[in-house]
Design a protein around this ligand. Structure first.
Ligand code: ADP
Length: 301
């Protein structure tokens, strides 16, 4: 097969591992920087152009779109879809999961567990919003944040009100969430491919920190997850419409709660923690599922 990897940097661990896995399995592979793709939308025969050439003959693409280029990156993925090229994660699913609020709304509709979460527009509603999520301590999250940036733990109502006022002053969109203290600064990353969790790791925040992101000094280790956690992760990926997803869960007293579903989950942490060939499994999934014209808009909302 001819496989394109949409990535801005071929030296990144995940990109390099996917290239290696394609080659090892006998495929032709090309890394395409989606930021350098351009398109003629009006054309009857949709095409993606790249550094002076039209990209043709691809059987599948693997989007690795960073959060900062979601808008343009998903437009490039959509163009490939219009050309009939199979995308392992389709553009609509990526867009859906990138919007934290939309994602949580869709997950809640399907009855999946999540921390009690609220959002309000008017400053007049702050006090009631805080009551709605159970009062302090609460976690306040910028909707545009990634890697733990813009995720604040407000331990008192006063602190929560100040943070909310500050975010409002900056015209930032945010949500307010019940703080799952019993998670103890640990979260679970379940790596889903198709309808299976193929690997899972636990990330533990460093001393004195509640955010377990590896970029914030958290550490990762192999973990065995429960059947309930497994099915929650698989259902979350399905609701988003993602074939490949990193589902982040917290262990709450009343069971697993979902924090986020990631459409371009990193491979380094999970491969190193579990010793599994996740890149190879993604390519294997593509071998089994890629068909011309198969990517279409699934799911809703
Ligand atoms: P980002 O997408 O920026 O990583 P997350 O929503 O995943 O933001 O939050 C970052 C980290 O903060 C999580 O991995 C988790 O460890 C911690 N965290 C987030 N929300 C909560 C919460 N409601 N209760 C307890 N810990 C939380």
């Amino acid at each position: 097969m001819k496989i394109g990897i949409l990535s801005t940097n071929r030296a990144l661990y995940s990109t390099a591992r996917l290239v290696e896995a394609c080659e090892r399995r006998g495929h032709e592979v090309r890394v395409i920087n989606h930021k350098r793709c351009y398109m003629n939308i009006a054309s009857h025969r949709p095409a993606v152009h790249y550094r002076g050439e039209a990209l043709t003959g691809f059987d599948a693409i693997i989007p690795r779109i960073g959060a900062s280029v979601t808008f343009y990156g998903t437009a490039v993925v959509r163009q490939f879809e219009m050309m009939g090229v199979y995308s392992v994660n389709e553009s609509v699913a990526i867009t859906r999961s990138r919007d934290k609020l939309r994602a949580l709304q869709l997950l809640s509709r399907k009855g999946l567990g999540m921390p009690v979460t609220g959002i309000a527009n008017s400053p007049d509603d702050t006090a009631d919003l805080l009551r709605l999520v159970g009062g302090a301590p609460v976690v306040i999250k910028l909707l545009e944040g990634t890697q733990g940036v813009g995720v604040v733990l407000a331990e008192t109502t006063k602190a929560a009100e100040s943070v909310i006022e500050a975010f409002r002053g900056l015209h930032a969109n945010f949500l307010v969430q019940e703080f799952i203290a019993e998670a103890g600064g640990a979260d679970i990353r379940a790596f889903v491919i198709g309808d299976k969790v193929v690997a899972a790791m636990q990330r533990q925040a460093r001393e004195g920190e509640f955010r377990s992101n590896l970029h914030r000094g958290g550490s990762a280790q192999l973990i065995k997850i429960t059947p309930e956690e497994r099915s929650t992760a698989v259902r979350a990926a399905r609701v988003m419409g993602l074939n490949v997803a990193g589902v982040d869960l917290l262990r709450a007293n009343h069971g697993p709660v979902i924090m986020e579903v990631n459409s371009s989950p990193g491979l380094e942490g999970i491969e190193k923690a579990t010793g599994k060939d996740i890149a190879g499994m993604i390519i294997e999934f593509i071998e089994k599922n890629a068909r011309h014209g198969r990517t279409r808009t699934r799911g809703s909302g």
